[in-house]
Design a protein around this ligand. Structure first.
Ligand SMILES: CC(C)(COP(=O)(O)OP(=O)(O)OC[C@H]1O[C@@H](n2cnc3c(N)ncnc32)[C@H](O)[C@@H]1OP(=O)(O)O)[C@@H](O)C(=O)NCCC(=O)NCCSC(=O)C[C@H](O)C(=O)O
Ligand SMILES: [Mg+2]
Length: 285
């Protein structure tokens, strides 16, 4: 069975917030992003950089990434150098707009001596990034994950935040296409209203239905619903097992197609069922 690394829940925490960095040690996030960008005030950037690099080893086996400041900022180069030498699981780079920017980041990581395990996670959060999503995704084998930046994207588009995210659907779908066409993981953007549980769950379900592998989060209260919704449900696991069993039986009888619960099942449905089981196993569902 294919091994899947779950990335259902990816929690940002401000790199300058000692309490959040401490608290995250015991939070059930699949991955953590220690943020040096938007969540850190300009005069706290340097202290935050030192703090997140020192904190990297505190989170056990979970993937821990550092989000550096954007390419056009005064902090970007120093952030990348520090991250390269600290060696997180990934460097999350905001506002990546082209393949050539990915190549520059790749070169900077190499020059900084980053270990092979340090991947690039590129944020898609501008109109030009969405238009270039496929070339960004394909630019490097070191780039393994695309991350939606829906706040910046909505701002750049002059789009409204509305339930159902109609103004963003083209961009979300284009980004998922780019990820799937290039074999990359893709994470949905954050939900800002940390008190709106129903709205958050609806957005998780929408992201999951779109094909996102998981969602980026801003508050510990978002972890449980996100982990639950992005994991296969017991009914989905049961269905996947029955699909595989029915198809095996059909194959043994010399047939290439069968029905389960009245629906046609072909080999492609079996592959999807295998992916569901691999994800369920990876998350212990
Ligand atoms: C959103 C928050 C500012 C809310 O903060 P606050 O009101 O203080 O939360 P609580 O009092 O409810 O916190 C309860 C405890 O949980 C800890 N906590 C809070 N958030 C986190 C977190 N993200 N990670 C770990 N721990 C967290 C608090 O310390 C409390 O602990 P304790 O005192 O021990 O009980 C705040 O949640 C926050 O700052 N969230 C992260 C914001 C962030 O990182 N933003 C940047 C990433 S999102 C982004 O950039 C969007 C993207 O680029 C785009 O364009 O869309
Ligand atoms: Mg952003």
């Amino acid at each position: 069975m294919t091994q899947i690394r779950p990335r259902r829940s990816v929690l940002y925490m401000p790199g300058a917030n000692e309490r959040a960095l401490e608290k995250a040690k015991n939070l059930p996030a699949d991955a953590l992003v220690l943020d040096l960008e938007d969540a850190v005030a300009p005069d706290a950037k340097e202290a935050a950089r030192e703090r997140v690099c020192a904190a990297l080893g505190n989170y056990g086996t979970r993937e821990v990434a550092i989000r550096v400041n954007g390419l056009d900022t005064e902090w970007h180069d120093a952030d990348l150098r520090a991250a390269a030498s600290a060696g997180p699981a990934a460097v999350v780079v905001p506002k990546v707009n082209s393949a050539s920017e990915v190549h520059n980041i790749e070169r900077a990581l190499e020059l900084g001596g980053a270990p092979e395990k340090t991947k690039i996670w590129a944020m898609l959060e501008t109109p030009v990034a969405i238009l270039n999503a496929a070339e960004i995704a394909a630019a490097s084998s070191r780039l393994t994950v695309l991350v939606m930046g829906t706040n910046d994207l909505a701002k750049e588009l002059h789009a409204a935040f509305v339930p159902g995210r109609a103004p963003l659907l083209t961009a979300l779908s284009t980004a998922v296409l780019a990820a799937r066409a290039t074999g990359k993981v893709i994470l949905d953007g954050v939900y800002n209203d940390v008190k709106d549980t129903a709205g958050f769950e609806a957005e998780c379900r929408q992201g999951c239905a779109f094909g996102f592998d998981g969602k980026t989060l801003i508050h510990p209260s978002q972890l449980e619903p996100c982990n639950r919704i992005f994991a296969p449900s017991p009914a989905e696991v049961d269905h996947a097992r029955r699909v595989i069993a029915a198809f095996d039986e059909a194959r043994a009888a010399g047939r290439g197609v069968v029905t389960v619960d009245g629906r046609m099942i072909e080999n492609l449905h079996v592959e999807e069922a295998q992916r569901v089981l691999a994800l369920a196993e990876a998350v212990g569902a």
